[in-house]
Design a protein around this ligand. Structure first.
Ligand code: GLN
Ligand code: ZN
Length: 753
C-alpha cells in the first residue's frame, strides 16, 4: 500500500502560540519551564492533528523554538567561540544568544532559505570547529511523541546541506569538516534507532542547486556511513528538480527519495524509468509553498502512472516540501467568503489532501468519492469565476507592446529635462520613503481599523503627521522630500488592499524568522486598479512645500514576490497585470503635478530561480514588468527605484536595464563595496548608495558619512551621485532619525563645498 506522509508541519501553532511563548520568555515574563511546556503543547497538538487526519508518517523534529538550521548547529555543538559556551549540552540561553546576539557577541547571520521568504540562521565554521553531539532534541521529541502513542518519522537537515549553507569565518574549507560532522549524525541515527525509529527523513535540499562537482562527490561517502545504521533513510530534496543530481540521489544507499513534483512535475517520468528496484519514491504532489487547493484528479492520474510503474508499496504520497511555508488552518478564517474559501487549502487542508489521494490510490476513488467531487466542483467554479477572470485586464495584458516598455527618450536626454524641471543641487539629498512609525501612528491605526476611531479623525492625524515630516525635511534642507508613508502599515499590503484580485486573511500567518510571522496577501484574480491609490496623500504632501515631493510606489515584482500568487496562470502574467496598475498610478501622479516618483523593488533578487540557466528568463520578465510600470512617464518626470539587503553584484545588467533615472541602494554596511560592481559594469544612470545604516540605533556622524561619500565618489562620477540612507526609516525612532539625517545633509554640504 502507498503511505500518506508529511515532510514537516508549521511550527508556529494555529494562533501563533510559539511567537507568544518565545517573546514572553525573552521579555523575562516567563521561565524556561513555561516555554518548554508551551512548545510541548504545540508539538502534541500538531502530532495528534496529523495522526487524526490519517497520515501514516507523521514528522517529528520539524518543530523548532527558532529555526531548524539553528537546531542543527545546537545538535552538532557548532557554537562559535564568541558565545563562550563549554557545557555538555547547548542550553536555551546559548541557543537564543546565537540567534539574537548577547552583549558584544553578535548574532549569527540570517539569510533566506532557498527561494522562500523564510530566513535561517547561517552556521559559522572555521579551522577550529569541532563537532560533538550537544543537543538530543530530535531524540527527545521522538520519545515524546512515542509516549503519546504516536510513532513519528524524525526529520534532520542533512550533513552536506548543513555545511553548504554555512560559511567559513576563516579561509579553511568547510567540507574538510565532513567526517567529524558525520560522527555526530551517526550517533544521532543510532540513538533514534535504539529509541525505536524505523525511518528518518534527511533533507538535502541543496540537491536542487547547481552544485560544484567537489560537493556532489561527497554525497556517496557521507551516505555510505549513514546507511550503516539500522534505520531506513528517506532523502528529501525540494523546491526544484534534481536534474543531474537525480542519478546521484538514486545511487545513494538510501531507502527512499523525495521529489518535488509541484515545482518540477516533469522529473517524474525520468524518475520512474531510472529509480533502482529496491527504492521507494516519495512523490511531492501537494503544493507546500502556496495556499491553493490541489487539482486532485490531475494528481491522481500521475500517482496511478507511478503505481503502475513501481507498485503501490513503493510510493509515499507527500506535500512538495515541508508545510512550514503555508498558513496553518483555513478553518480559522472567519472573514473569507465561502467562494474564495472553496479555492484554498492551508496546512491542515493540504494534509487532508495527501490522505485523500493516498486512499484513492489504495482503495479506489469510490472510497473518497465525496472529497473528490467537492474538489472537482471547486476547481470547475474557479475556472470560470467572474471574480477571478476580468476580460478587460486580460486584453490589456495581451496588448502590451514593446514600445510600452520604453521611456520616450534615452537617459541622457531625460536627465537634461529633469535637471531643468527640478533644479536640484549637486549631490542631491533624499530619503527612501518611510519616516518613523511611532506608537501614536500605530495605535491610531489599530483604533481606526477596530472602529474605535472615526475616519475623519484618523485622516487628520495622518495629515498632521505628514505635515511634521515635511516641515522637518525642509528645516534640515533635504532636496527631494517624501510624505513619510505613515498611512501604510506595510508596503505591499497597502497596495493589495486597493487593488482588485487581492484577498487578506486574518490568521494566515507563516514564519518569516524566529518569532516573526508575516501574513502575505493572496492574489486570487486578475489585478486591476479601480481608482488612484496614492494620489491624494502625495498631492496633499506636495501642497505643503515648494520642494519636489517624491511619490512612493511599490514595484510589481515586489508585490508579486511578497504575496501568495495564483497558480492558474504564469507568474509573469500576474506581474504584468500589477505593472499595468502601477503604470496607471504613475501617470495619475504625474498628471497631478508630481515630478519625482519612486518605484521600490527590494524583492527583485528574491525571485531568482534556483538554477542559473533560468535566471535570464525570470530577469527578462521581471525587468520588463518594472519598465512597463515606469515607462509611461514623460522625460521630465524622474523615476527612482530602491533595492536593499541582497547581493546585487551578479545582476547588474538587469538593474541597468531597469533604466531608472536614479537607484538608491543599501551599501553602508559593506562600506560601498557594492559600488565597485557598479563601476566595473559602468552603470550609466544616477546612484544613491546608502550612507546611513538604518538597522542600527547608532547615529552616524557627519565624518562617517562624508567618508562613505568620498569612497563612493571614487567609483561614481560626482554629477551622478545621490545622498540617502540605506532604506526606509519606519523602524527607527525620531530621536535617532533627526540627528542622523541632519548629519547626512551636512555631509553632502561639505562635499559640495
Ligand atoms: N519605501 C519603503 C520605505 O521606505 C522601502 C522599504 C524597503 O525597501 N523594504 O519604507
Ligand atoms: Zn530598502
Amino acid at each position: 500500500m502507498a503511505l500518506a506522509t508529511n515532510l514537516g508541519f508549521p511550527r508556529i501553532g494555529p494562533d501563533r502560540e510559539l511567537k507568544k511563548a518565545v517573546e514572553k520568555f525573552w521579555a523575562g515574563k516567563s521561565d524556561a519551564n513555561e516555554l518548554i511546556e508551551s512548545a510541548a503543547h504545540i508539538r502534541r497538538a500538531n502530532w495528534m492533528r496529523q495522526k487524526q487526519l490519517g497520515l501514516n508518517h507523521v514528522p517529528c523534529g520539524d518543530f523548532s523554538l527558532y529555526d531548524h538550521v539553528l537546531d542543527t548547529i545546537a545538535m552538532t555543538g557548532a557554537v562559535p567561540p564568541r558565545f563562550g559556551w563549554s557545557g555538555a549540552r547547548v542550553d536555551l540561553e546559548t541557543y537564543f544568544a546565537m540567534a539574537r546576539g548577547r552583549g558584544t557577541a553578535a548574532a549569527l547571520e540570517m539569510t533566506k532559505w532557498f527561494d522562500t521568504n523564510y530566513h535561517y540562521i547561517v552556521p559559522e565554521f572555521g579551522r577550529d570547529t569541532s563537532f560533538r553531539l550537544a543537543s538530543e532534541k530530535i531524540i527527545e521529541e521522538f520519545k515524546e511523541a512515542k509516549s503519546l502513542g504516536i510513532s513519528t518519522r524524525p526529520v534532520l537537515l542533512g550533513p552536506l546541506s548543513f555545511l553548504f549553507l554555512g560559511k567559513c569565518s576563516d579561509d579553511s574549507d568547510r567540507f574538510a569538516l565532513l567526517d567529524s560532522l558525520l560522527k555526530v549524525y551517526e550517533d544521532v541515527l543510532d540513538k533514534l534507532a535504539a529509541a525505536g525509529a524505523e525511518w528518518i527523513q534527511i533533507d538535502e535540499p541543496i540537491l536542487v542547486l547547481d552544485l560544484p562537482e567537489s560537493v556532489r562527490s561527497l554525497f556517496e561517502r557521507a551516505y555510505a556511513k549513514l546507511s550503516a545504521v539500522k534505520i531506513e533513510i528517506l532523502l528529501a530534496a525540494y523546491f526544484d528538480e534534481l536534474r543531474e543530481n537525480l542519478d546521484l540521489a538514486f545511487r545513494l544507499p538510501v531507502k527512499a527519495v523525495h521529489l518535488d513534483l509541484v515545482r518540477a512535475p516533469g522529473q517524474l517520468e525520468l524518475a520512474l524509468k531510472s529509480v533502482p528496484k529496491e527504492k521507494i519514491l516519495s512523490l511531492g504532489v501537494v503544493d507546500g509553498r502556496n495556499v491553493w487547493r490541489s487539482d486532485l484528479d490531475r494528481i491522481l492520474t500521475a500517482l496511478k502512472t507511478a503505481a503502475a510503474a513501481l507498485g503501490k508499496d513503493r510510493i509515499f504520497v507527500a506535500p512538495s516540501c515541508a508545510l512550514l511555508h503555508t498558513p496553518v488552518d483555513l478553518e480559522l478564517e472567519r472573514d473569507l467568503d465561502d467562494e474564495l474559501r472553496s479555492w484554498l487549502a492551508f496546512a491542515v487542508q493540504k494534509t487532508r489532501e495527501v490522505v485523500t489521494l493516498t486512499r484513492a490510490l489504495n482503495e479506489g476513488e469510490h472510497a473518497v468519492a465525496d472529497a473528490l467531487a467537492a474538489n472537482r466542483a471547486a476547481a470547475a467554479a474557479r475556472r470560470v469565476s467572474r471574480r477571478i477572470h476580468n476580460p478587460t485586464v486580460k486584453q490589456r495584458v495581451e496588448k502590451i507592446t514593446p514600445e510600452m516598455l520604453e521611456r520616450e527618450a534615452p537617459f541622457s536626454l531625460r536627465r537634461r529635462a529633469q535637471q531643468s524641471a527640478l533644479n536640484l543641487p549637486e549631490l542631491p539629498t533624499t530619503t527612501i520613503g518611510s519616516f518613523p512609525q511611532t506608537k501614536e501612528i500605530r495605535s491610531a491605526r489599530a483604533d481606526f481599523l477596530a472602529g474605535r476611531m472615526k475616519s475623519a479623525e484618523y485622516e487628520s492625524m495622518l495629515k498632521r503627521e505628514m505635515e511634521q515630516v515635511v516641515r522637518f525635511q525642509e528645516e534640515i534642507d533635504l532636496d527631494v522630500l517624501v510624505h513619510g508613508e505613515s498611512e501604510r502599515s506595510d508596503m505591499v499590503e497597502y497596495f493589495g488592499e486597493r487593488l482588485d484580485g487581492f484577498a487578506f486573511t486574518r490568521n494566515g500567518w507563516v514564519q518569516s524568522y524566529g518569532s516573526r510571522c508575516v501574513r502575505p496577501p493572496i492574489i486570487f484574480g486578475d489585478v486591476a486598479r479601480p481608482r488612484p491609490m496614492t494620489v491624494d496623500w502625495t498631492t496633499f504632501a506636495q501642497s505643503l512645500t515648494k520642494r519636489p515631493m517624491k511619490g512612493m510606489l511599490t514595484g510589481p515584482v515586489t508585490i508579486l514576490q511578497w504575496s501568495f500568487v495564483r497558480d492558474d496562470q504564469l507568474r509573469k502574467i500576474t506581474c504584468e497585470q500589477i505593472a499595468l496598475a502601477i503604470r496607471d498610478e504613475v501617470l495619475n501622479l504625474e498628471a497631478a503635478g508630481i515630478g519625482v516618483i519612486q518605484i521600490d523593488e527590494p524583492a527583485i533578487r528574491e525571485g531568482l530561480p534556483l538554477r542559473r540557466d533560468r535566471w535570464n528568463d525570470y530577469l527578462t520578465w521581471a525587468v520588463d514588468s518594472f519598465r512597463l510600470s515606469a515607462a509611461g512617464a514623460r522625460s521630465a518626470t524622474q523615476i527612482h527605484t530602491h533595492m536593499c539587503y541582497s547581493e546585487f553584484n551578479d545582476m547588474l545588467a538587469a538593474i541597468a536595464r531597469m533604466d531608472a533615472d536614479v537607484i538608491s541602494i543599501e551599501s553602508s554596511r559593506s562600506k560601498m563595496e557594492l559600488l565597485r560592481a557598479f563601476r566595473d559594469y559602468q552603470y550609466p544612470n544616477d546612484v544613491g548608495p546608502g550612507v546611513y545604516d538604518i538597522h542600527s540605533p547608532l547615529v552616524p556622524s557627519v565624518e562617517d558619512m562624508e567618508e562613505l561619500l568620498r569612497l563612493a565618489l571614487q567609483v561614481i562620477p560626482r554629477e551622478r551621485l545621490w545622498v540617502n540612507p540605506d532604506c526606509g526609516l519606519k523602524t527607527r525612532a525620531w530621536k535617532e532619525v533627526r540627528p542622523a539625517l541632519k548629519n547626512m545633509v551636512e555631509a553632502a554640504r561639505r562635499l559640495r563645498a
